[in-house]
Design a protein around this ligand. Sequence first.
Ligand code: GTP
Ligand code: MG
Length: 220
Amino acid sequence: MKIVAAKKILKANDQLAEENRQKLTAAGVFCVNVVGSPGAGKTTLLEALFAALDGRLRPAVIEGDIAGSIDAERIEKLGVPVVQINTQGACHLDASMIAAAAEDLDYSAIDLLLIENVGNLVCTAGFDLGEHLRIIVLSTTEGDDKAAKYPAIFQGSHALVITKADLLPHTNFDTRRIAADMKRLAPKAETFQVAALTGEGIAPAAEWLAAKCAASATDD
Ligand SMILES: Nc1nc2c(ncn2[C@@H]2O[C@H](COP(=O)(O)OP(=O)(O)OP(=O)(O)O)[C@@H](O)[C@H]2O)c(=O)[nH]1
Ligand SMILES: [Mg+2]
């Protein structure tokens, strides 16, 4: 019985996610779901991407956290429109939360919507939000075995951003190992290595994102 209930919830989520995606696409908003462990560096990556894009796109952010508005306040400081979702214990965002948050956003004034999911490598994998792309953020301090141990979240992602590259000399993180696992799990995905705190390596990731955004606008 429990399995049937879970399947129903996932099916309802998938339907709502598809509605979200259709609304986003119709409005010309390119949407990216940014996932990764707590503290991997997701918000710092968003800050660095906005700096690198330097006003080229009109961005907005949906922040997902169990509690508080710390990340939304960081994004607000940059002058980027942001909506904070508090999941009150849930370990992932879902499509209904995005639909509710979207009511507080003006899609006509947005080109790129970045959703920072709740820090989690497990639950986030099962819930489509209606995004066009998913980026998985993994920091060099988390270990190079994470793709092998949490394959689902890596498998469905379109890019892997390895963050905290500045700390590489202090870790035993083997970039070749994670890149090889990613190649096996998601052969078409791009891999970027960055130190978001210093901006090192951010430019290629920002260019890739801008190109994806532009390509989706041409598709319409
Ligand atoms: N050395 C170094 N530290 C970083 C880098 N990126 C992020 N950090 C630090 O890592 C910590 C966590 O960064 P956040 O960007 O808040 O991580 P997050 O994934 O958004 O965290 P949650 O939203 O809580 O899941 C902060 O202290 C950052 O300053 C980096 O490239 N290098
Ligand atoms: Mg964050």
